[in-house]
Design a protein around this ligand. Structure first.
Ligand SMILES: C[S@@+](CC[C@H](N)C(=O)[O-])C[C@H]1O[C@@H](n2cnc3c(N)ncnc32)[C@H](O)[C@@H]1O
Length: 226
């Protein structure tokens, strides 16, 4: 087994039996979050990061070259769900903070329990369409990560970016075309969403890629606040 650094600080590539996988160093030794496998390497415990359950890992393995750094950042995570991806951000962002916004109280219960074990996770039960509901907690973000699967994904992102994203800060949005318009070709849906982010919110698009086979009809877009 070989474990090597990637261009994302704190994200490791594991070459094992000719298969490349991703992993982070476990911040809660001995504990798993979603039944992922753990392994030891040179005295450290790592957690494999499943690209079929996380669009960030899928985007990296799909070859995206400009994914934003996670380490030592203030991160606003929209659609945090039970915390699968956020738990890996938590492993990496050891001295930063991750505000996890989720509007389903059922899944938020699990994320709340995770946040009791990981002090850099802050649960916020709120609707990401209403940034004013959490503007007193969040203040400013270096990075906004969004994975909400809603018809108005670009609008939700744009409103949060204008409210919280620092100048020079990054955004990463997972766009699910089927949640927006099933009658249009996914490529057309992606380009409409990108156009809205650029023209209605003045955001700069850095990179965009579809992430099959990990997720069908999904694209990940890296955004920068000018
Ligand atoms: C695809 S799941 C997110 C998975 C998660 N990002 C991960 O990788 O672990 C989408 C989540 O977004 C939440 N969601 C959808 N619309 C939302 C909104 N307007 N405000 C807050 N959460 C929302 C859903 O309840 C769901 O838990």
């Amino acid at each position: 087994m070989k474990v090597s650094e990637t261009y994302i600080q704190g994200l490791y590539k594991v070459d094992d039996k000719e298969k490349a996988r991703l992993a982070t160093i476990n911040a809660t030794i001995g504990k798993t979050v979603y039944d992922e496998d753990l392994f030891m390497f040179e005295g450290k415990e790592y957690r494999y990061w499943d690209p079929y359950r996380s669009k960030f890992a899928a985007a990296y393995l799909s070859g995206m070259k400009s994914l934003p750094q996670i380490k030592e950042k203030s991160i606003l995570y929209l659609g945090v769900s039970t915390g699968t991806t956020a738990s890996h951000f938590s492993d990496i962002n050891t001295h930063g903070i991750i505000f996890g916004v989720e509007f389903s109280s059922k899944v938020m219960r699990k994320f709340f329990r995770l946040s009791e074990q990981r002090s850099n996770l802050i649960p916020i039960l709120a609707d990401a369409r209403r940034p004013e509901e959490y503007s007193s907690f969040v203040l400013e973000a270096d990075l906004i990560y969004q994975d909400v699967a809603q018809p108005d994904q670009a609008t939700i992102f744009g409103r949060n970016a204008l409210e919280f994203l620092k100048s020079g800060g990054f955004g990463l949005i997972a766009i699910k075309s089927q949640s927006i318009d099933v009658s249009l070709e996914p490529e057309k849906v992606f380009s409409n969403q990108i156009k809205e982010l650029e023209e209605d919110f003045g955001l700069e698009i850095i990179e965009y890629k579809t992430i099959e086979p990990y997720e069908k009809k999904h694209a990940v877009v890296v955004i920068k606040m000018p």
